[in-house]
Design a protein around this ligand. Structure first.
Ligand code: SOE
Length: 379
């Protein structure tokens, strides 16, 4: 058993659940240097915070996030609140010397993200942003295949993240369930919420994006804001498509929308190299499609690799070959890597500094769409 590490979770929504599950599971499967202890959960509504604490086994609950920061027994502050709260909480946590795990995207914009990076680096506290799809074993395997040089020079990187849950104009903005549609809470729409995942994975796989050319659209212009009770203009992007050039010379093509009827969370990418190509699909997340032109032509074709063998990323920690894992495991892997990085001094990524690069690309995508122009990303 590793040294106990007291967790203070801020935010009891969807992400609060994925992170709590990860802390509860991680020591059962991974040999980690710390044992997370669910110390306190913080959320806006007292009865919900209490119910969450009981359901997930937190020792206490509060409705005031500052109490979590002031609590000297808390080692890790886990930020699972809407984007507009990330900076204030993370900076206060860093100043109090806490390690920080923060949900994505890092911040509302790059300027805010830079302040967060300064705060964690000044305080020298462990920090990680939760871009969980990096830790799907097939996505990590894709990284290993690219880094091994199997694909050769990379020509194309294309990624999509398609959903359809906001098509009805009756879906409101604001509040606990639909804050992602309120620009004041989210900062942006699909760019920060969905494309940020694609950009994080793409730059991890294929290096920095140098320039972008984007188009965005807001299809439903007004929605009821459940916080104010008024019908208000919608300030987020409902859809975004952008082209880009990576620093290594490859071309990128990214699309995200919440208006792709029939798609709930269709995150896909395809990478085309000189010798080989890779494709992945979140709806079939344990498979990696691979094509290698160097194969003998009579057997050449796309192969569908079932990523469950023990020599594949993370899979030695789970069941037996052929038995797959799913979405929640990406957060268990994240917790394992974060805890191991804290002890080894080799931090798990993306750190705040690395996630700031994704934020810079998001900002540039939005600026490019607003100005209808190609824009260079300044990091
Ligand atoms: C909603 O669009 C959402 O839950 C995102 O916030 C997540 O980051 C994504 O993984 C799934 O969709």
């Amino acid at each position: 058993m590793g040294k106990p590490l007291n967790i203070g979770l801020i935010g009891y929504g969807f992400m609060g659940r994925t992170h709590s599950n990860a802390y509860s599971q991680v020591t059962h499967f991974f040999d980690v240097p710390y044992t997370p202890v669910l110390k306190t959960v913080c959320g806006l509504e007292e009865d919900k915070a209490k119910a969450f604490a009981e359901q997930w086994g937190y020792a206490s609950y509060t409705t005031d996030w500052r109490k979590v920061i002031e609590d000297e027994s808390i080692d890790v502050v886990d930020v699972c609140v809407p984007n507009n709260m990330h900076a204030e909480i993370a900076i206060a946590a860093a100043q109090a010397g806490k390690a920080i795990l923060c949900e994505k995207p890092l911040a509302m914009n790059a300027a805010q993200g830079r302040e967060m990076v300064q705060a964690v680096e000044k305080a020298k506290v462990a920090n990680l942003v939760s871009f969980n799809y990096r830790r799907v074993p097939a996505v990590t395997l894709a990284k290993q295949l690219i880094d091994s040089g199997r694909l050769g020079r990379i020509f194309h990187y294309r990624a999509n993240f398609l959903q359809d849950w906001t098509i009805s104009a009756k879906v409101p903005q604001g509040g606990m369930a639909t804050w992602r549609l309120d620009v004041k809470a989210a900062g942006s729409g699909v760019v920060g919420d969905l494309l940020a995942h694609c950009i994080d994975t793409a730059m991890w796989h294929n290096g920095r994006i140098g320039e972008v050319c984007a188009v965005t659209e807001t299809f439903v212009k007004e929605r009821l804001n459940v916080d104010t009770g008024k019908v208000e203009p919608v300030g987020i992007d409902d859809a975004c498509t952008f082209l880009c050039r990576f620093d290594n010379g490859s071309l990128g093509n990214f699309e995200s929308t919440r208006y792709a009827r029939g798609h709930k969370a269709l995150y896909t990418f395809e990478i085309n190299g000189e010798h080989a190509s890779i494709a992945w699909d979140l709806h079939d997340l344990h498979r990696l499609e691979y094509f290698d032109h160097r194969d003998e032509s009579i057997v050449r074709g796309w192969r569908s690799i079932h990523v469950t063998d023990a020599d594949m990323p993370y899979m030695d920690k789970w069941w037996v070959p052929g038995l797959q894992i799913g979405y929640e495991h990406t957060f268990v892997h994240q917790a394992a890597d974060f805890l191991s990085g804290m002890a080894s001094g080799k931090p798990a990524g993306p750190t705040f500094r690395e996630a700031l690069e994704t934020q810079c690309v998001c900002d540039t995508v939005l600026a490019s769409a607003a100005e209808r122009a190609w824009k260079k990303v300044s990091y």
